[in-house]
Design a protein around this ligand. Structure first.
Ligand SMILES: [Zn+2]
Length: 347
């Protein structure tokens, strides 16, 4: 109901020309968009903010082009953070998080067809491991099972027994225990066998899970090496997918490890960071400056006028996905949502 009301207000605002007016008033402000993986099977229904179809991205890029937006590379946009007057009209940066195979297979070809640049923030530990990403594939299996309660046996302590899936903290602990087991199995065949055994135990067949499609995998090194040719620069998302809140030295060590893997693939030195899961703290800016990271993006929406000093380490970014209605996307990109937030803030 709340969403229906919101969409009605946005529809009316657009009909009254307020989206177009917002675009004219904010034409020099920078926008940064965030996507993750593409969609190969039904994973966009499981998590519509993590996986989106090629058609979804194509529709978004078509709208941006139609309304006069200019897609710019992240590095150039960051270089121009202090000088909005030097920017092209309605500048927007497109970013992808993580390193999904489906980003390479389904989404980057869309951008290549449109001839627009993008950035991938790569999480290097998962990239190096090369197996299905444990927390994602395990939560997908639980979703796919459609069950509210499950019984497990033969998996070990912390896993075996009766589980009520509505108990969120207990289910999180169950997934963590399984992730720990999977993280310890480097051999691809053995790793996949354990994932499929867990799926079978909750009633999801290997065919339904379809690990062969690689929909829960990251790119291989060969695929990563090809994406600069699709206009995509590779930057930092951490070696581990976890921001070390309150421990700046661990952040510096983690980003050094992440950069080393990227350099090791023969790619240019990465200079930009995206906070894993959008987590950050007030220590981040000083630590990032010390190690020469030029910018960092959050998952908090907003438009960027000028950003200098600390602000370059906390750049707003709009997390788009299949759950975001076209009207919400257009309102955000046009600057109308930003205007409403400012209005509410003043109130
Ligand atoms: Zn991520």
């Amino acid at each position: 109901m709340k969403k229906t009301l919101k969409l009605s207000v946005l529809w009316l605002a657009r009909a009254l020309g307020l989206f177009g007016l917002s675009r004219r008033l904010t034409r020099s402000k920078l926008r940064i968009l965030c996507y993750h993986g593409g969609n190969i099977g039904d994973e966009r229904q499981f998590n519509p903010l993590l996986f989106c179809s090629a058609e979804h991205l194509d529709a978004r890029v078509r709208w941006l082009k139609d309304k006069g937006f200019t897609v710019v590379p992240l590095d150039a946009a960051v270089d121009g953070l202090a000088t909005p007057q030097a920017r092209p009209a309605l500048p927007v940066v497109l970013t992808f998080d993580d390193g999904w195979y489906s980003t390479y297979q389904a989404l980057l070809p869309v951008l290549a067809r449109h001839g627009v640049p993008s950035t991938l923030y790569l999480c290097t530990q998962y990239f190096e491991r090369g197996n299905p990403i444990p927390p994602v594939v395990l939560n997908y299996i639980l979703w796919k099972s459609g069950k509210s309660e499950i019984d497990l046996a033969g998996f070990g302590p912390g896993i075996d027994g009766h589980h009520v899936l509505a108990d969120r903290p207990a289910t999180r602990r169950l997934v963590e225990a399984l992730v720990e087991q999977l993280d310890a199995i480097a051999d691809p065949a053995a790793n996949r066998a354990l994932v499929e055994r867990f799926a079978a135990a909750v009633g999801v067949s290997a065919a339904e899970l379809d690990l062969g499609s690689r929909r829960f995998d990251y790119m291989t090194p060969d695929e990563l090496a090809r994406i600069p040719g699709l206009g995509c620069a590779i930057e930092l998302h951490g070696h581990v997918h976890l921001y070390p809140v309150g421990v700046p030295q661990r952040l510096k060590d983690d980003l050094a490890a992440c950069a080393a893997v990227i350099r090791g693939q023969g790619l240019p030195e990465p200079r930009h960071y995206c906070y894993p899961s959008g987590d950050y703290d007030h220590n981040a800016h000083a630590a990032l400056q010390e190690i020469g990271v030029k910018s960092a993006t959050t998952c908090l929406p907003g438009l960027i006028d000028t950003a200098t000093g600390r602000d370059v380490s906390y750049l707003p970014r709009f997390l788009d996905g299949e759950r975001i209605h076209a009207l919400e996307f257009e309102a955000e990109m046009s600057g109308f949502s930003d205007f409403l937030k400012r209005l509410a803030g003043r109130g």
